[in-house]
Design a protein around this ligand. Structure first.
Ligand SMILES: Nc1ncnc2c1ncn2[C@@H]1O[C@H](COP(=O)(O)OP(=O)(O)OP(=O)(O)O)[C@@H](O)[C@H]1O
Length: 676
């Protein structure tokens, strides 16, 4: 494939799979025999555009990818077909991102970094970059970073430095504290790569954890034009392996780590999916890695997702492929295949999670919550959510079954081809099958598999069991949303994760700020709750006065914030009164509508004032705010050095490590001050 082929497909996200080869070193002896790969994974070409890959002798669960590389196809081949076009695109100003993901030991590092004998995609790309820049006078520099299980981005070329600060300025994601080293030769690059790996691998073992902690590793190739301005960025991301948490150590901190890493992998694959389907909402802020890659994923950027497949049976591999394959559904046959495959993906996802739920209940929960009243509340919230989820699940199952029936003829046709054996996959698109029973019950809760529920969750007791696991301290610093957010969240794609989110939030609310997630602020010290700043109190008082006197000047059109300049209460002039009365007459709102409008006006005004405060206050004043300690205040000042007005909306507070729930809590507190 050349770059034209990539363009011809006009694909933003390309998904390929790669079946890992077998090791040649001493570790080769401990691996299953090569024939197992053939038993478990097979790749079949269905027609010119679609190739099916089946696993085992069953073929009903299939996963679409654009191509699948077999174990005998090396990194050079993958480079020339998949990455070379991206290098050309980078010289044309397009940002590109290559992401290797998969289960443990699936060959992610091998494909990105490779070895001395078998260079990986990043090394091959740098070789190409160097050869082209030598001719065209452009230049490159590289950076290496790690995002650890606590979502901290660290500079791997200078690991002693504090975490990298990530912020957005003029539509570009900027990194403060990330070393950039110009590269002129492949040897220089290899040396840098080695020291980055040393910094990564040198990471200490977590106490009690049976393995070195996992993290995502990223390489950024900065491409500069002749005049030294940044032309584009090419990212290579070796994601941490996805691991099913229930299989791992019972050690709570290891579970927490696994959970967080999985969450960020999930966030990244969701972003790719959202981009591939042109969804209006792309959740870049769901994880640090997506935020860091934001400007290399959106716009005209190109994304290559490489699903690394273990050569012998691995349930985690199935789950990963099911997530990645969602990003290439839309270009394929829309009717039968996409319905069936979404349904199968849903089933895989549900199956791979359903046993993740410990059965024991109350002990940990009570310890954590102390009061059974509070626990009861969580249970009620989760139950409500479960009922809604159940309904969604039932509806989706019905529609998936109907779709299958409607397409039974073509389905049979596909099966004939599927069972015809292994063919060389020279087509552009591939379907992967993992041997699942066709008549297995599966779950699909919406057309695109966004909401799912585990069929096995039937009654209140199993619900309680679900809740129990989430009350476990592994939820020590989850991102917070409330039940409503969850219901609206288009990315909560399975039931147990949905429950997890809900309860984590509430749990985290109790421990709010115990674990700072701020970039540049990773102390675990509890942030105290200082009184609201005098500026905000002034605002509160002003608003209180306005509210109690309810002058007509508060009557504002819906959605239009009260201009900040009118927070000081003033007696309306005759002219104002006249025009306001006219407005009243025109709008003829009910008392309730009028009341609501006033409320939303006050809300906007308070938010604006809060943001203005963050954009202008000095350090001491900032520290008077709830949720802002020494480190956050310093960070805010640093952000203001980079960009004069870094806070334009409440969402921007996530850049200083505040979660959605925390922000909401802070604002609620400010409003509460009005009546204190
Ligand atoms: N295509 C391949 N051919 C031969 N050996 C391979 C291939 N891919 C990976 N390996 C070997 O398999 C083992 C695991 O590979 P690798 O470390 O790349 O996996 P990983 O997915 O990065 O693992 P981790 O779970 O540590 O993230 C290594 O010993 C590697 O040399």
């Amino acid at each position: 494939m050349d770059s034209k082929q990539f363009d011809r497909a006009s694909r933003k996200v390309r998904v390929v799979a790669r079946i890992r080869g077998f090791s040649v070193g001493p570790e080769a002896n401990s691996e299953p025999s090569a024939s197992r790969a053939v038993e478990w994974v097979s790749v079949n070409r269905e027609n010119l555009d679609d190739v099916t890959i089946s696993f085992g002798d069953q073929s009903s669960s299939r996963y679409l990818v654009d191509y699948c590389y077999k174990e005998d196809e090396d990194n050079e081949l993958i480079y020339s077909r998949e990455v070379k076009p991206l290098v050309s695109a980078a010289f044309d100003g397009h940002n590109c991102t290559v992401i290797a993901h998969g289960a443990r030991g699936s060959g992610k590092t091998h494909i990105i970094q490779g070895s001395a004998e078998r260079p990986g995609l990043a090394v091959l790309a740098i070789t190409e970059f160097l050869s082209v820049t030598e001719q065209n006078g452009k230049s490159i520099a590289v950076s290496f970073y790690e995002v650890d299980h606590q979502e901290r981005p660290m500079d791997l070329l200078n690991p002693e430095k504090p975490p990298i600060l990530v912020f957005e300025d003029r539509s570009r994601i900027q990194f403060k504290g990330l070393t950039q080293v110009p590269v002129k030769s492949i040897e220089e690059f290899q040396n840098l790569y080695s020291s980055a790996c040393f910094a990564l691998k040198g990471a200490p073992k977590k106490g009690g954890c049976e393995r070195v902690h996992r993290s995502h590793m990223g390489l950024i190739v900065h491409v500069f034009s002749h005049n030294g301005s940044l032309l584009s960025k090419v990212n290579f991301v070796d994601l941490a392996s996805y691991e099913d948490a229930r299989k791992k150590s019972s050690d709570v901190s290891c579970l927490a780590e696994t959970n967080k890493i999985n969450k960020s992998i999930y966030a990244l694959l969701n972003v790719c999916h959202a981009l591939s389907t042109n969804e209006s909402r792309v959740a870049y802020r769901e994880s640090k890695i997506t935020r860091m890659l934001q400007d290399s994923l959106r716009g005209t950027s190109k994304i290559l997702l490489i699903s690394c497949l273990n050569p012998s049976f691995c349930q985690d591999t199935i789950y990963m492929v099911s997530l990645a394959s969602r990003s290439c559904h839309w270009i394929h046959r829309a009717s039968l295949d996409s319905t069936k495959i979404s349904a199968s993906s849903a089933k895989q996802m549900v199956n791979s999670h359903k046993n993740q739920i410990p059965k024991s209940v109350s002990g940990t929960a009570k310890k954590l919550y102390g009061s059974s009243k509070l626990l009861d509340k969580k249970v009620v919230v989760a139950k409500k959510s479960a009922i809604k989820g159940r309904k969604l699940f039932d509806e989706a199952s019905n529609s998936a079954t109907k779709a299958e029936k409607d397409n039974s003829l073509s389905e049979t046709g596909n099966d004939v081809i599927l069972n015809s054996g292994v063919e060389k996959n020279t087509g552009n698109h591939v379907v992967i099958n993992f041997g699942m029973e066709k008549d297995d019950s599966f779950s699909k809760a919406s057309e695109n598999g966004k909401h799912m529920q585990d069929d096995s969750i039937q009654d209140d007791s199993s619900l309680n069991a679900n809740i129990e696991v989430e009350l476990n301290p592994l939820a020590d610093e989850g991102i917070l949303v409330d039940e409503e957010d969850h219901q609206k969240d288009p990315y909560a794609s399975n039931y147990s994760e949905a429950l997890s989110k809900i309860v984590q939030e509430d749990h985290s609310m109790n421990k709010e700020n115990n674990n700072s997630r701020a970039i540049g602020d990773h102390s675990s010290a509890t942030i105290s709750s200082p009184p609201i700043s005098s500026q905000l109190r002034d605002l509160s008082n002003s608003l209180k006065m306005l509210y109690s006197s309810t002058p007509s000047c508060m009557q504002i059109p819906e959605k239009e914030p009260i201009p900040l300049d009118i927070v000081e209460p003033k007696t309306p002039t005759i002219e104002q009164n006249m025009s306001i009365n006219r407005l009243d007459a025109m709008n003829a709102k009910s008392p309730w509508e009028t009341f609501s409008m006033r409320g939303s006006g006050m809300k906007s005004s308070l938010v604006q004032e809060y943001l203005r405060f963050l954009n202008t206050a000095n350090k001491e004043e900032l520290k008077k705010l709830k949720g802002i300690g020494e480190k956050r205040a310093t960070f805010i000042l640093e952000l203001r050095e980079e960009s004069p007005e870094p806070f334009k909306s409440l969402d921007d507070l996530k850049d200083i490590g505040l979660s959605a729930k925390q922000i909401k809590g802070i604002m609620k507190k400010e409003v509460g001050e009005l009546f204190s």
